[in-house]
Ligand binder design. Structure first.
Ligand code: XMP
Length: 509
């Protein structure tokens, strides 16, 4: 395994992804991690990430310099390299100017990191300060026009530094360099597979839970579904899932879920029909944040009431993913990382004295999908697009009513059918419809109509932080519009949302 020290770079998750793509397991820890903890983790190598600070800033993140006495290979990237150079007696020159963007790397040495990398290649820079003198034992191995020390290495101690970012796609040979570090320098093996992960996770869950009981809030999304399958594999009927039907779901959603989980996989699951409760609470509410609060509060109440019926439960399982874990600790945070409370049941473990169990907390979304596939989860669930907790309530703009929800359900059904038929469903982060609170005039046969407008939203995204509107083919948009207007009563106009995030958001509310 590889240990990545998080000095606060926005790219540190990318480093972890690249390492895992190479089939090597890695952990990200804050710089405050103790040497004991590092020894306990027993990594084969350490990567010091980049970060936004200057090594000269009073509050710049630093770690125990003893990290360089562990006898382990170290790769410092950007700030991580500067920290290494500064700590080992080299010199970092303070600079007011940032170097940002592409640069041509000129390799001067046959550095093992540069195996299969051409002598001239493009790299991506983002740094302020620069290294002016390398520590004793180091050699400068590459430069660029503006950066005399773009790479340096101490082959004896197996310390390597790169001033540029090998983890971003803008450094085309970056992955080769990381691979060289992992396999040639650290001697890692490709043993991080979902099969191995599942085996280990199942054994861990068995050990942790013993003969006690676990509760899980199942939403039907990929994270909670995979969590349910994994725990069910480990402890069978000691797991009970709770599914709350809040009346804000898509067409047939509860029925399909029941078929998959109860009938097919024989997982214990309790369905709670709370449709009228949610609808009543939402009556006459149109402000988006109020809708969210009402839904979150009701969900919590319904879930807790149901959970209390399960006698002797000791654990609450959640589908927390690795990015949530990393994001929930401050950039230079302490070792006691607080894990973000999820799925609107954040307060529950404390109130009910439940222990948390989060078997996906070291995985990225695409790894969860791979794991789901490995566990035999229905591909339809594995590839499900994200769906917000407040459901269709935030896609019926303005007041939510059963009638308006039904219109949107039918529209959404047609839309998903067409998107899937055209082979776009998996390529899009999300594709959905929004029912607008205004009507427009149309003509049907010989009569004038005055009916609802729906907006179609389809976006591509990697992580929902930013998103671009999808350039769907006009023919596909035409088919979607025709079918909706012809098949869904109450809708006479369809528009397509061509805004990106930022400045818009993905959802309309
Ligand atoms: P926005 O609209 O903020 O959405 O660009 C980003 C992602 O988050 C989802 N989303 C939610 N998910 N509860 C959720 O569980 C919510 O209240 C919520 N609001 C937005 C949205 O679908 C998108 O994937």
């Amino acid at each position: 395994m590889i240990l990545i020290i998080d000095f606060g770079s926005q790219f540190n998750q990318l480093i972890a992804r690249r390492v895992r793509e190479c089939g090597v397991y890695c952990n990200i820890e804050p710089p405050t991690v103790s040497l004991e903890r590092i020894r306990e983790l027993d990594p084969q190598g350490i990567v010091l990430s980049g970060g936004p600070s200057s090594i000269y800033a009073a509050d710049s993140p630093r770690m125990d310099p003893g990290v360089f006495d562990l006898g382990l290979p170290v790769l410092g990237i950007c700030y991580g390299m500067q920290f290494m150079v500064d700590t080992l007696g080299g010199e970092v020159r303070k600079s007011q100017k940032r170097e940002y963007g592409f640069a041509e790397l000129r390799i001067q040495h046959t550095d093992p990191l540069f195996k299969d990398v051409p002598d001239r290649n493009t790299v991506w820079m983002s740094h302020g300060d620069s290294i002016s003198r390398v520590p004793q034992g180091f050699a400068v191995t590459a430069d660029t026009e503006n950066t005399p020390v773009a790479a340096a290495a101490d082959y004896g101690r197996r310390f390597y530094g790169l001033q540029f970012h090998p983890e971003v796609v803008h450094t085309p040979k970056g992955k080769t360099m990381l691979r060289n570090f992992l396999f040639d320098v650290c001697g890692c093996k490709r043993n991080w597979t979902m099969k191995a992960f599942a085996r280990r996770a199942i054994a861990d869950i068995r050990r942790q839970v013993g003969d006690r009981k676990v509760i899980l809030g199942l939403s039907g999304g990929v994270d909670s579904s995979v969590t349910a399958m994994l725990i069910h594999r480990a402890i069978g009927h000691q797991l009970t899932c709770i599914f709350v039907d809040n009346g804000l779901l898509r067409m047939d959603e509860a029925r399909k879920l029941k078929k998959t989980f109860k009938d097919h996989l024989q997982i214990n699951i309790r369905f709670v029909n709370a449709r009228s409760l949610f609808l009543k609470a939402l009556a006459k509410v149109s402000e988006p944040e109020r809708k969210r609060k009402i839904i979150g509060k009701r969900f919590m109440e319904v879930f807790e009431a149901e959970a209390r019926k399960i006698e002797g439960a000791d654990f609450l399982a959640q589908g927390t993913l690795y990015p949530d874990v990393i994001e929930s600790r401050s950039a230079f945070g302490g070792p006691s990382a607080v894990i973000k409370s999820h799925h609107n049941v954040g307060g529950l473990p404390k109130r009910m004295k439940l222990k948390l169990i989060e078997p996906l907390q070291y995985l990225f979304k695409d790894e969860v999908r791979k794991l789901g596939k490995q566990l035999g989860l229905d591909p339809e669930l594995v590839w499900r697009q994200p769906f917000p907790g407040p459901g269709l309530a935030i896609r019926v703009i303005g007041e939510v009513s059963e009638r308006r929800l039904n219109i949107l359900r039918e529209v959404d059904h047609v839309l998903v059918e067409e998107i899937k038929a055209a082979g776009y469903y998996r390529k899009l982060w999300q594709s959905f419809a929004v029912l607008l609170p205004i009507k427009s005039v149309g003509i049907m046969g010989d009569s004038r109509t005055y009916e609802h407008i729906v907006a179609i939203r389809a976006v591509t995204s990697k992580d929902a932080m930013t998103a671009d509107w999808a350039r769907l083919p006009h023919d596909l948009l035409g088919r979607i519009s025709n079918r909706i207007i012809n098949e869904v009563r109450g809708v006479n106009r369809v528009v397509y949302d061509i805004s990106s995030k930022p400045p818009s958001t993905i959802e309309w509310e």
